[in-house]
Design a protein around this ligand. Structure first.
Ligand SMILES: [Zn+2]
Length: 160
């Protein structure tokens, strides 16, 4: 199956962020109240599955939509993965920028050390950077916490 790509409506920003954390290409429709028709048009043009909370959104021929019924984002995440039969791959965790949805680029350690806070320099980690916003990424307590949450939510079995 081809890897699904997503477009999340304005109600589903947090869901989009967690899909990105899992390594999926998940664009966010923005919080500026764009009409459904504009989101549908974008999803169709970019070949994305539209994730929406809007129960009254009209069907569009050829456009795949998932009506996300749960209210809490961790339930939404489980719901979407189950609905599409997706099993997230641990190797893909944090491979995209959680702000821009862009795949991260590897940065050589020597170059990265000049760009991160002092405490981070002591970590045994690889470094990555977003080519768009230039944010730096590394493995630390925030990544460990994300894995813990995913395990708690039943997205992954512990220690898998
Ligand atoms: Zn970025």
């Amino acid at each position: 199956m081809e890897e699904p790509r997503f477009l999340a409506d304005s109600m589903l920003g947090k869901l989009a962020r967690w899909l990105i954390i899992l390594g999926y290409d998940a664009a966010y429709g923005g919080s500026d109240g764009r009409p459904d028709s504009a989101l549908q048009e974008q999803a169709q043009r970019e070949g994305r599955i539209l994730l929406t909370r809007d129960t009254r959104i009209p069907e569009v021929a050829g456009l795949r939509m998932v009506l996300v019924r749960p209210a809490r984002f961790e339930d939404q995440l489980r719901f979407v993965l189950k609905k599409l039969g997706l099993a997230p791959d641990r190797q893909r965790l944090f491979t995209r920028c959680t702000y821009c949805n862009r795949p991260l680029e590897s940065v050589p350690r020597e170059e990265a050390l000049a760009l991160v806070p002092p405490l981070v320099r002591e970590l045994r980690t690889e470094f990555w950077r977003c080519g768009k916003c230039r944010r730096m990424y590394w493995e630390g307590t925030h990544t460990a916490r994300a894995v813990e949450k995913l395990e708690r939510w039943g997205i992954w079995a512990a220690g898998r």
